[in-house]
Design a binder for this molecule. Sequence first.
Ligand SMILES: Cc1cc2nc3c(=O)[nH]c(=O)nc-3n(C[C@H](O)[C@H](O)[C@H](O)COP(=O)(O)OP(=O)(O)OC[C@H]3O[C@@H](n4cnc5c(N)ncnc54)[C@H](O)[C@@H]3O)c2cc1C
Length: 439
Amino acid sequence: MKVAIIGAGISGLALAYYLQKLGIRYDLFESSSEVGGMVKSRAQSGYQLELGPHALQMNGELQDLLQELKLDSQIIWPAQAARQRFILRNGKFHSIPTSPLKLLLNSFFSWHTKLQISQEVQKPRQEIPGETVGHFFLRRFGQEVVDYLVQPLVAGVYGGDPDTLLLEKTFPAMKELERAHGSVLKGLVKQHKGEPSQIFTLAPGLQALPNAIASKLVSLHLDHEVEMIHKNRGKFFLSIRHDQEGLSDEEYDLVVLALPAHAAAELLEYTAPGLSAALQNVNYAPLTVVHTAYRKQNVGFTLNGLGALHPGKENPVSTGSIWSSSVFPAVCPEGEVLFSSFVHSGPASAAQVPQKVHRELQQNYSISGSPLFQHCHVWPKALPQPDQFILDVHRLAEVLEEEHLFACANWVAGPAVRDCIAFAKSIAQKIYSRRPSFQ
Ligand SMILES: Cc1cc2nc3c(=O)[nH]c(=O)nc-3n(C[C@H](O)[C@H](O)[C@H](O)COP(=O)(O)OP(=O)(O)OC[C@H]3O[C@@H](n4cnc5c(N)ncnc54)[C@H](O)[C@@H]3O)c2cc1C
C-alpha cells in the first residue's frame, strides 16, 4: 500500500509522521521550498517574528509529539500576566471575565445584559438547523454579548463574522452544552475543569515544530507542486511540476489532500468534480499580520496581559493585537515592546496597513514617537470559514474516503494547530485500518 500526501503544512507533516510510525509507505509533496505552511517564523534584526500562529495550545497529541521530537526542552511558557486578556470598549481596555460569575460581577456589561446572562439557565433548549454563532449567542445571552464578546472572538480566531459562521462547525462544544444541560452556563459550571490549557511557543520560533517533523521523514519532496490527480483502474497518478525524480510515474493506492481548499479544488477537477466544486466555494478570510516595535519608555500603558481584541462596533483598524513581548519577552531586544496586530485585509491595501496600525497603536497605548521596526505579512487566504459552504465539503469528503481519497487539513480538522495534529493522527489510524483491502 502506498499513500500520496499533498501539502507539507502541519497537517500533511503530522500525517506523514504518524504513517511512517505505522510502517506505511508514503510520498509527501510540498510545492514550496520549506515545510510548515502557515506555521512560519522569521528571525529579523533582533526580533523573533511569527507570521502565522503566535502561540499553540497544548493537548495530548502535541505533548507526545514534542517529546518524541525532543522539542520539549525548547518549550517556552508565557509570562504569568499573559493569562489576562482585554477587550477595547469606548477607547479603553477592559479585562475579559474568566468565569461566568466574574462576568456577572464585572462592570463590563450593562445591567440589562447581566440580567439576560443570569436568566440564561431558564431559557428553553432549541434545535435550530443551520444556526449561526451570532444567532445562538443572541438567543441565549443578548446582543451586547454578541457585539462585545462573541464578534471580537470570532474575528480574532477566524477572521470571520458570527452571523455567517455555523455554530455546529465553529463552537460545537457550545451547542453540546445546550443539548446536554439545557443551558450553556449550567454546562460550563458543571464541566469546570480548572485552568484552560496553557499556550506556549518554542525557543527558535514555532516553525521549529514542522522543521523537526520534516527532519524525521524519509519521503518528503520539497519544490514538488502537484498540478492534477488522475485515477485509473483504482490507482492514483499525480502530475507534478519540476519532477526531477520521475515521481509522476508512481502509482498510489490512496491520496490525502493536506493543502488549502482552493488548491485542492484545482487538483480534483477531473477525479472528483463534485468535491472540487464544493471546495471552490469555501470562503477564506484574508489577514495581514503586522509586527510593530517601540521603545518601552515611549509606551504610556502597562502591557500586563496577552493582548486585546477590538470589537467591530469600535471601528478598529485591526481585529486585535497580541502584546507579544509581554507574553514571550525574548521576541524583541531589551528595552523595547513588540505588538503583533491582525488586520482583516488582503494584498490590495497592504501598503497602507502598517501606518494605519501604527496610528491605532499610538492612540490605544499612548505611544509617542515612531516605530523602531515594522514588518507586514499578508495572507490573501488565511483561514477557511466554517459557514454554510463547508457543509457540502465535509459531506463529500466523508463519502470520498470510500474511494480512497482523504482530506487532512484545517478545513476539516479546525483551524488550531493542535486540532490539525490530532486529526492527522486519527486519519493515519483510519488509513492503517484499510491496509488489508490493499494486500
Ligand atoms: C495569521 C494566522 C494566525 C494563526 N494563529 C493561530 C494560533 O494562534 N494558534 C493555532 O493553533 N493556529 C493558528 N492559525 C491556524 C493554523 O496556523 C492553520 O490552521 C494550520 O497551520 C493549517 O495547517 P494545514 O497543514 O492544514 O494547512 P497549510 O498550513 O495551509 O499547509 C498546506 C501546505 O500545502 C502546500 N501546497 C499548496 N498547494 C500545493 C500543491 N499543489 N502541491 C503541493 N503542495 C501544495 C502549501 O505550500 C502548504 O505548505 C493561524 C493562522 C494564521 C494564518
